[in-house]
Structure formats: structure tokens, C-alpha cells
Design a protein around this ligand. Structure first.
Ligand SMILES: C[S@@+](CC[C@H](N)C(=O)[O-])C[C@H]1O[C@@H](n2cnc3c(N)ncnc32)[C@H](O)[C@@H]1O
Length: 249
């Protein structure tokens, strides 16, 4: 993908904030606990979007500050998660004091960051001994209808982040990895919203997007696993990674 396309997709989320919030999956509670711990902490949610993870962190008792560059996402976040402090900013320029948070998390967002600039910023705002946690819901193509759905969408690298464990160097310690099964219940409207919320689809021409949504509707009517059903359980494997910010560096 060229730089212009990448930037267009990266900035497209604010235009689909409502549909994004309605349709994207949340995260398994066990994964959120694994990333942020069970003791209330001051947690920064970077690239917080509409607050899918932010809401879970607030509900778990953490003091949460959410940083998000898209104005459209921020207004949905403020309305949807009043318990979090919401700031305009980006991973490469975090509007917080040095050493002021115990945990930094990025959900479905780290792949959008310019890591050369973002990682020193994350190390700066994390207190020594604090934790960087990264999480992605990866689609699970094990069920034939799910493979058929994503085949219709095509393989778009910006939508699939099977890059495995992030490459981190000091001042971050070794990366730990964990996976968690996850499932999202959707009706047809929810499934179509999920497709619309993807940056690749949000940036298509209207006619192309309409054609794609028609093909997906047809799949739900004709695929043997879906025909006659009103609810679809979309399976994911949630991948999580964490690393301690070492005292030095
Ligand atoms: C796929 S959404 C994930 C949103 C949310 N974390 C969630 O789990 O639903 C990616 C988010 O990253 C934000 N983003 C893109 N580039 C960013 C950057 N450089 N720094 C911080 N956030 C960024 C986008 O605006 C978008 O809200």
C-alpha cells in the first residue's frame, strides 16, 4: 500500500465512528486483566477510538486517560465513556508528563503508529516498571462461512496484522504473549456495519461499497452455515502482548 492510501485509511476512522462503535467487537475481560492488571492503576489508552477498550478499563476500576487523534472518534468516546479523560494527541506526541502512567495500552491501533517516534514517547510517559500492552482481535477463519466472508472482503494488509510479537528493544523488557478466544454476536445489520467500519471499505467509492455489501448479504442468505439464521457468532482469536518498561533508558 502506498503512503497516501495508508494515510487516507488511517484517517478514515472518524468518518465511521458511529458504525465503528456499533459493530466492532470488544475484548475478552481476561485479556484486559492480563494487560492492565487487577489493581486499579493509571492507564493510558492510545488510539482509543470510540472507547471499546477504554470503557472496559474504566469499568474494571482503572483511572483512564484516552488519547485519540481523530475528532470524530473523540466525540463518540467522550459521549460513550464519560468516566475517562479524553485528550487530542497521537502516539508520536503524547500530551502527558513523563512517568505519569502505570500502563499504556493500544487496542487494534499499534500498527497505525510510527514506531520510531511512538516507542520513545511511550517509554517517556510510562513510569519505570510500568507496562506496555498491545491487543488485537484477529479474525478466526476456522469456520468455513468466516473464511468465505473475509475472502469476499479480500486480503487487505491494512486490515490484517498477523505480524506476531512486536519488536521491542530496551527500555522495554522481553515481550510476553497470550491468546484468548473471543466471539461477537451479530445480526445481519451488525455484520454489514462491521464491514462498513473497516478502513478499506470506508474509503471505497460508493458503488463499490454497495456491491460489496450486496455480496455479503447474499452470502448470509445462501451459505449453508448461515441460511435461515438471524444471529451470527463471529469468532476471533485475541492476541495480546505486554512488556515492562525497564527502570533505565
Ligand atoms: C482500528 S481503530 C481502534 C480503536 C480502539 N482502540 C478500539 O479498540 O476499538 C484505530 C485507532 O487508532 C487511531 N490512530 C491512528 N493513528 C494513530 C496514531 N499515530 N496515534 C494514536 N492513534 C492513532 C485511529 O484514529 C483509530 O481511532
Amino acid at each position: 500500500m502506498d503512503e497516501t492510501t495508508w494515510q487516507t485509511r488511517r484517517l478514515s476512522f472518524g468518518d465511521v465512528a458511529d458504525v465503528y462503535d456499533r459493530s466492532r467487537p470488544d475484548y475478552p475481560a481476561a485479556a484486559v486483566g492480563w494487560l492492565a492488571g487487577d489493581i486499579p492503576r493509571r492507564v493510558l489508552d492510545l488510539g482509543a477510538g470510540t472507547g471499546k477498550l477504554t470503557r472496559m478499563l474504566v469499568d474494571a476500576g482503572h483511572e483512564v486517560v484516552a488519547v485519540e487523534p481523530s475528532a470524530g472518534m473523540r466525540s463518540a468516546l467522550r459521549a460513550g465513556v464519560p468516566g475517562a479523560e479524553v485528550l487530542d494527541g497521537a502516539a508520536e506526541d503524547i500530551p502527558l508528563r513523563g512517568g505519569s502512567v502505570d500502563v499504556v495500552v493500544a487496542a487494534q491501533a499499534y500498527h497505525w503508529f510510527d514506531r520510531v517516534r511512538a516507542l520513545p514517547e511511550i517509554a517517556r510517559v510510562l513510569r519505570p516498571g510500568g507496562v506496555l500492552g498491545l491487543i488485537w482481535n484477529q479474525r478466526d477463519d476456522g469456520e468455513p462461512w468466516v473464511a468465505a466472508l473475509w475472502a469476499l472482503l479480500g486480503e487487505h494488509p491494512s486490515e490484517r496484522h498477523r505480524e506476531g510479537a512486536p519488536a521491542l528493544a530496551p527500555p522495554f523488557g522481553p515481550v510476553e504473549a497470550a491468546t484468548f478466544p473471543h466471539r461477537q454476536a451479530l445480526d445481519l445489520g451488525g455484520l454489514l456495519d462491521l464491514v462498513r467500519s473497516r478502513s478499506y471499505v470506508a474509503t471505497l467509492a460508493d458503488a463499490e461499497r454497495t456491491g460489496l455489501l450486496e455480496r455479503i448479504t447474499e452470502l448470509t442468505r445462501t451459505h449453508p452455515d448461515l441460511a435461515g439464521r438471524r444471529q451470527f457468532g463471529l469468532p476471533y482469536v485475541t492476541e495480546a502482548y505486554r512488556a515492562v518498561r525497564l527502570p533505565s533508558g
